[in-house]
Design a protein around this ligand. Sequence first.
Ligand SMILES: Nc1ncnc2c1ncn2[C@@H]1O[C@H](COP(=O)(O)OP(=O)(O)OP(=O)(O)O)[C@@H](O)[C@H]1O
Length: 270
Amino acid sequence: MTKAKTPEAEAPANDKAPDNLIEVRDLVSQFGDQVIHDGLNLDVQRGEVLGVVGGSGTGKTVLLNTIIGLKEPDGGTIRIFGHDTSDLSPEQSADIERRTGTLFQQGALFSSLSVLDNVASPLVEHTKLPRETIRELAEMKIAMVGLKPESHHQKPSELSGGMRKRVGLARALALDPELLFLDEPTAGLDPIGAAAFDELIRTLSDDLGLTVFMITHDLDSLYAICDKVAVLADKGIVAKATVQELERSDHPWIKEYFLGPRGRAATKAA
Ligand SMILES: Nc1ncnc2c1ncn2[C@@H]1O[C@H](COP(=O)(O)OP(=O)(O)OP(=O)(O)O)[C@@H](O)[C@H]1O
């Protein structure tokens, strides 16, 4: 008798990998009595750069943290690379960690480590590569995000905000992820630095075929680099569409966001 296939055995091979790298279904998130998400649904397709917007406190970071496993869902399911995150084997968890990179809002760099050692840290943790190879790979990632070799031995405290973001990005890219999570990557950067960072993310996503989940308040970033924008409001995703489609939405928050003074300025600049 043929042995029944486990769901894992049926997992598609790479060339037939699922189109949705992330599938969130009926997600409920809460802290005590405070309900943040109530029946939230979202798909993130392979290769898309998705902007995630919403008013302050609507739960964008909580959503990111729940998708990457830092917070357990209080209801619903999350699938990432086709794996249900509530039922992961240690191997699947390690696989997901290797295939994703995250740039946290505050950069989350190790303050006592040099730039080179910060970028090398995921390679040290997740691979058995020789030290010299790890150093070379880290140097490549640092160059990829536009930092000069002089930065290698600097500590995060010696860098500008924009440079720290680039180091965080280089570290998020260290393991050649397919899926990149960015939490407000341009927050705190001046407009020129923010535009340069946007361009870097778009170039990397085009060149490396990355799928990007990016939380942002920055309208310019939405116009400059996002294929689609997901809007978080009323405890769920109320729309996922292109910025041009969202400009025509009747939802009050979306209208205010895209057609208010800041929205109009970003439209003109795009
Ligand atoms: N660890 C926690 N314990 C209790 N409440 C929390 C915790 N983390 C987040 N919250 C609450 O969840 C809500 C959503 O927070 P979250 O940080 O996801 O919002 P956000 O949409 O990312 O906001 P912002 O745009 O201001 O960064 C907030 O009311 C916040 O106070």
